[in-house]
Design a protein around this ligand. Structure first.
Ligand code: NDP
Ligand code: ZN
Length: 186
C-alpha cells in the first residue's frame, strides 16, 4: 500500500525528474515540457494498471532520466535505492548502441524483464502511442508513425499477461492510433 514514506519518496522523485528534464521538451510541435510524459506514465500505472507498488511508481517518474539526461546510476541508487535503480536500468536503452540495435533489443528482451519493468514498459508505450495520435513528433510522416506503432506492438507482445488492464488499454490506444492514421482528417 501507499503510505506517508511512499508519498515522500514519490514527491522526491517528481522533484528530481522535473529538475533533470527541466530544459527538455517532447518532440511534438507544441514542444510540451518533457516532465509531462513521466508523470503521465506514473498516472497510467496508477489509474489504468491499478499499480500500488511504490518502486514501480517512482521508477515511472525516473524512467527516462538515465537515458535522456546526465543522471548517474549512483544518484538514483543514493536517493531511491537499489530496487528503483534496477527497474530504471531495465527500461533504459544503451545509448552506445546504434538505434536499430536498440530497437531490436527492446523487442528481444521484453519477455525477460521483471514484472515491474514490464508494467512500466506497457505504460510507457501506451503514452507514446497515444502521443503519436494526439501530438506526434513534428515532421513524422504517416509511414513513420505507423512504423512506430508496429514496433511498439512487437515490444508489447513480449509482456502480455503481466497486467491485463494495461494490456487491454494498450490494444485500444494502438487500434485508435491506427484508425487515426488510416483516416487522417485534413
Ligand atoms: P525515436 O526513438 O526517434 O522517437 C520516438 C521516441 O521519442 C518515443 O519512443 C518517445 O520515447 C520519444 N518521444 C518524444 N516526444 C514524443 C511524441 N510527441 N510522441 C511520441 N514519442 C515521443 O523514433 P524511432 O526512431 O523509433 O522511429 C520509429 C520508427 O520509425 C522505427 O521503427 C524506425 O525504424 C522508423 N523510422 C522511419 C523513418 C522514416 O522516415 N520512415 C525514419 C527513421 C525511423 P521516450 O518515452 O523515451 O521519450
Ligand atoms: Zn518514456
Amino acid at each position: 500500500m501507499f503510505n506517508s514514506n511512499d508519498m515522500s519518496l514519490f514527491l522526491t522523485a517528481l522533484s528530481f525528474a522535473t529538475e533533470k528534464h527541466r530544459a527538455q521538451r517532447r518532440k511534438d510541435c507544441q514542444a510540451t515540457p518533457y516532465i509531462n510524459h513521466p508523470i503521465e506514465v506514473a498516472e497510467t500505472l496508477w489509474h489504468i494498471g491499478k499499480v500500488r507498488d511504490i518502486v514501480t511508481l517512482v521508477s515511472a517518474l525516473l524512467h527516462d532520466t538515465l537515458e535522456d539526461t546526465q543522471t548517474t546510476p549512483e544518484e538514483i541508487q543514493n536517493l531511491f535505492g537499489t530496487d528503483v535503480l534496477c527497474v530504471v536500468q531495465e527500461v533504459s536503452d544503451d545509448k552506445n548502441l546504434p538505434k536499430q540495435v536498440r530497437k531490436r533489443k527492446q523487442i528481444e528482451t521484453a519477455a525477460h524483464k521483471s514484472t515491474r519493468a514490464q508494467e512500466l514498459k506497457l505504460a510507457d508505450k501506451i503514452c507514446n502511442v497515444h502521443d503519436i495520435t494526439r501530438a506526434p513528433p513534428k515532421n513524422w510522416s504517416l509511414e513513420r508513425r505507423t512504423e512506430y506503432i508496429d514496433w511498439a506492438e512487437q515490444v508489447i507482445a513480449g509482456v502480455r499477461g503481466v497486467n491485463p488492464s494495461l494490456e487491454s488499454h494498450f490494444d485500444t490506444i494502438a487500434a485508435e492510433a491506427r484508425h487515426t492514421l488510416t483516416h487522417p482528417t485534413g
